[in-house]
Ligand binder design. Structure first.
Ligand SMILES: [Zn+2]
Length: 350
């Protein structure tokens, strides 16, 4: 083949190659249980595919030195956008939650780049919002729940010394035996006494000795304080229910929280929990912290139907139990918030 022919072939192939690049997504697998390293790999793959819209940074490290990555999905412009925070896997065993968050990011970024993505309004949303995403808030806990000891072997004796309720797969706390969603400094930490209460570090139910004792809670809380997200969606698993309001803060939102969550609950066939009554039960969660300290909307979203078991649903049920009904949930929140915002602007821009 002559050089001329080779160059010709190269030019014929080039558009094809870039076309393929443009039409690829990471493709989060619907049936596999995602380990921490699989989640990390997916994040790195996203960086290569979606570089124009994605920044990745290190939010910090877990107690056992595992990375807690932060994704920022945005479009570069001089206009100030409203910050949104999406969090997955605060609770160790709830692996559907990080997978949902990753799959949402992949599909959203893909929709920004191509017309055949599933989120037709992605480009409009990114004109108004910057999305900040912490896919795996509790990497040590996720590893423990999956008995994936690689890289945390030196902490194995410590983990084994912590009180374990049920099998490792039921592990809910961080690596030090603190339930992260009971460890935020919302003003109710002292009264908090959940129904799974433990006095000492345990696989679930221990709130810690003081607020933000857990590295992971401290890192996330500090980030919230600097970002002040307009809305936060914190993903958990079990219940198909939204924990959207608590008695201590519900009045701040003048009904916006109810309108927003009613819309989403109806669209995704979720229940809305009653306004949480007692700080002893609801206190010290991330969503409670955000509502109490920043006066912004924060929702604890429990993905997947209840089954009266502690055990998680099987990995291969993710698509039917979660993705098919919830894939548009973050979009619905943001579209509805955009629609209602002018009416409630005074709450956020005094
Ligand atoms: Zn949870």
């Amino acid at each position: 083949m002559s050089i001329k022919q080779r160059i010709l072939i190269l030019f014929l192939l080039l558009p094809l190659l870039s076309f393929n690049q443009k039409n690829r997504k990471v493709g989060i697998n619907d049936t596999l249980r995602y380990s921490l390293s699989m989640s990390y790999e997916a994040i790195v793959d996203m960086f290569y595919l979606y570089e124009p819209f994605l920044e990745i940074s290190l939010l910090g490290h877990s107690e056992f030195g595992q990375a807690i990555p932060l994704l920022k999905i945005s479009k570069k412009s001089n206009v100030k956008k409203k910050p949104v925070l999406i969090v997955g896997n605060l609770h160790a065993r709830e692996f559907y939650s990080s997978k949902f968050v990753l799959k949402f990011c992949d599909e959203f970024l893909y929709s920004l780049l191509t017309k055949d993505g599933i989120y037709k309004s992605a480009n409009k949303i990114i004109e108004e919002y910057d999305l900040f995403v912490i896919p795996v808030a509790n990497p040590d806990g996720l590893k423990i729940a999956q008995e994936d000891w690689e890289g945390i072997e030196s902490y194995r004796a410590l983990v084994d010394s912590i009180k374990r309720v049920g099998p490792y797969s039921d592990w809910k706390a961080n690596g030090m035996g603190i339930d992260l969603n009971n460890n935020f400094d919302d003003g109710n930490f002292e009264v908090k006494h959940g129904h799974l209460f433990e006095e000492e570090p345990a696989s679930q139910g221990y709130k810690g000795a003081f607020p933000c004792e857990a590295n992971e809670a401290r890192i996330i809380q500090d980030f919230v304080d600097t970002l002040i997200p307009l809305i936060t969606l914190s993903y958990h698993t079990k219940g198909d229910v939204l924990f959207w309001a608590d008695r201590g803060t519900h009045s701040y939102f003048k009904g916006l929280d109810e309108l927003l969550n009613t819309k989403v609950a109806n669209a995704c066939e979720f229940k809305m929990a009653r306004v949480s009554r007692n700080p002893k039960d609801y206190g010290a969660g991330l969503e409670n912290y955000i509502r109490a300290k920043t006066k912004r909307i924060a929702v604890c979203v429990e993905l997947s139907p209840p089954n009266d078991l502690v055990e998680q649903h099987p990995a291969n049920m993710f698509k039917s139990l979660v993705w098919d009904k919830c894939k548009s949930m973050p979009i619905i929140y943001l579209e509805e918030l955009s629609r209602l915002y002018p009416r409630y602007k005074y709450l956020f821009e005094p």
